[in-house]
Design a binder for this molecule. Structure first.
Ligand code: PLP
Length: 400
């Protein structure tokens, strides 16, 4: 029975399998039911009033309407809350929606937010353009900043956003240190935790207020789902709850079911993503055209000490920097030369992907534009992945 009282907290890999699977709600089946529904029926006017009152008073367990989540949503949220040490969780239609709503939830005209220079580009665009239109100021900051970030706080700073590591250039952020500074300034800390997954890092346990995921990536795991999630502490829940309810942020129970199903196999998938990434990285570092690999799990990576201190594992996404001076078109030839690796913008699915990357930066110049590519190591046999990379490097070498 997965809902039996527990005398010891269970470990995250066990929660991935058992989380959100209460026996009572599942009618004895292993999986929770997939409940599709908009309308919830009430017994009487008195019942309608009582439930509406309870919801207004903050009771999130009472069912009044499908937009607030079905039992399928609640089962998934229970698993996320347990994994992320959270108070409440909510799902949104994409990872980007999770990023934008996590900012919108906390700000009003005249406020200010801090966003790392390494942030996922659409989050950068939203912060600059959309928040700007609403009179919210943004300052982009060096993701490697430590205490010096304090100077960037203003009395109006409401959100410190982090993405650790950055999903193109893989800078680790000092989440506990920065979150403590944000707390002193009465700002909310939001961490895009997609790379580490809820298995390897719990931002709320390190002082953040919101942990967000593009569940599209490793949680879904099969490139057939678009979803974002927010898991928040008690301090952040009133603002996030209001935003979710007032903006009508909801997700299909079918998608939630897929995300919850993805959690159950995520630890096993991540182990193979990681070991394939290690194999590919070892080979790549032996190629004369490769300058360096960006992956905080590598002992010589600048973010390694933070990674080792805070995270209990690594996923399979990393960057590769080619040496300067290669002929024009060499990177494109490599990317076009692979056959098993797909050329696609997402990551975290079972299939290997490889894309060129030219990150936009306004605070810390990226010295690698034009010679950086990113690999999402999939679950194929690593020997076939290596053969394919060799194909790509042969195409690169053929460019003169
Ligand atoms: C770090 C990070 N956060 C958020 C997102 C957005 O997720 P989605 O593609 O589900 O909108 C992505 C997508 O690539 C990402 O890399």
């Amino acid at each position: 029975m997965t809902d039996a009282p527990r005398d010891k907290p269970r470990r995250p890999a066990t929660t991935l399998v058992a989380g959100g699977r209460g026996r009572a709600e599942s009618f004895g089946y292993v999986n929770p039911p997939l409940v599709r529904g908009s309308t919830v029926l009430h017994d009487s006017v008195a019942d309608m009033k009582a439930r509406a009152q309870a919801r207004l008073a903050g009771d999130d367990d009472v069912a009044t309407y499908g937009v607030y989540g079905t039992p399928t949503h609640k089962a998934f949220y229970a698993a996320l809350n347990e994994l992320e040490c959270g108070h409440r969780s909510w799902a949104l239609p994409s990872g980007l929606a999770a990023c934008t709503m996590a900012l919108l939830a906390f700000v009003r005209a005249g406020d200010h937010v801090l966003v790392p220079d390494s942030v996922y580009w659409p989050t950068r665009r939203f912060s600059r353009q959309t928040l700007g239109r609403f009179g919210v100021d943004v300052t982009f900051y060096d993701p490697c900043a430590g205490d010096e970030i304090e100077a960037l706080f203003r009395p109006t700073t409401r959100v410190l956003f982090m993405e650790s590591p950055g999903s193109l250039t893989f800078e680790m952020q000092d989440v506990p240190r920065l979150a403590a500074i944000a707390r002193r300034h009465d700002a909310f800390t939001v961490v895009d935790n997609t790379w580490a997954t809820p298995l390897f890092f719990q931002p709320l346990a390190h002082g953040a207020d919101v942990s967000l995921h593009a569940a599209t990536k490793y949680i879904g795991g099969h490139s057939d789902l678009l979803m974002g999630t927010l898991t928040v502490n008690e301090r952040a829940w009133p603002a996030v709850r209001e935003a979710m309810h007032f903006y009508g942020m909801t997700t299909s129970p079918d998608d939630i079911y897929l995300a919850h199903r993805g959690l159950h196999s995520m630890a096993a998938r991540l182990a193979l993503h990681r070991s394939n990434a290690d194999t590919l990285i070892a080979w790549l570092r032996g190629q004369p055209e490769v300058e360096r690999v960006l992956y905080p799990a590598l002992p010589d990576d600048p973010g390694h000490a933070l990674w080792k201190r805070d995270m209990s594992g690594a996923s399979g996404l990393f960057g590769v920097v080619l040496k300067p001076g290669l002929p024009a078109g060499a990177l494109e030839a490599l990317v076009d030369g692979v056959e098993l690796f797909g050329r696609g913008y997402s990551w975290g699915g079972y299939e290997s992907l490889l894309i060129p990357a030219s990150p936009e930066r306004t605070v810390v110049t990226c010295p690698w534009n034009g010679r950086l590519f990113r690999i999402s190591a999939g679950l194929e046999d690593a020997a076939d992945q290596l053969d394919d990379l060799a194909r790509g490097f042969a195409a690169l070498r053929a460019v003169r």
